[in-house]
Design a protein around this ligand. Structure first.
Ligand code: MG
Length: 161
């Protein structure tokens, strides 16, 4: 039994008018939101995939198919809770996560403490073990043109049984 396992996650969603913007479990006032079957919280999806990836449990699309009506419009905090339950059922706990959001706008710095609080509560770690960073792509590419947002995450898990 390996005591430590590491995983990474990557996600992309498109900005669209008429949608609410959710990042890291926080609703952020903005002119557009991200498009998706769920609430399209790109950061929480990347963290889900990092946790699943650490234990080679597939990806978020396998566990929560976008063809399943049960997940339509679902709060991604609920998806992260379900992923966390799966991780715990395998005997693992989260050591820490580190994420980067890549988007041109909006600025998210003021929302990061709230994101850390929400995520840390769900994955059952202290807030200083949930790192959330953000960068632009210097106006280049689809994130630079404000067409979409990207999130990358990494997570370390520890076997605790
Ligand atoms: Mg997604």
């Amino acid at each position: 039994m390996n005591k430590y396992r590491i995983g990474q996650g990557f996600d992309v969603h498109e900005f669209q008018e008429g949608r609410k913007l959710f990042l890291g479990g926080v609703e952020i006032p903005y002119k557009t939101g991200l498009l998706g079957h769920s609430d399209a919280d790109v950061l929480l999806h990347a963290i889900c995939d990092a946790l699943l990836g650490a234990l080679a449990l597939g990806d978020i699309g396998v566990h929560f198919p976008n063809t399943d009506e049960r997940f339509k419009g679902i709060d991604s905090k609920e998806l992260l809770r379900q992923v966390m339950n799966l991780i715990k059922s395998k005997g693992y706990r989260v050591v820490n996560t580190d994420s980067t959001l890549i988007l041109q706008k909006p600025k998210i710095a003021e929302y990061v403490p709230e994101m850390q609080r929400i995520i840390s509560e769900i994955i059952e770690v202290e807030t200083d073990r949930v790192s959330i960073k953000a960068t632009t792509s210097e106006k280049m590419g689809f994130t630079g043109r404000e067409e979409g947002a990207v999130a990358q995450s990494i997570a370390l898990l520890k076997y605790t049984k």
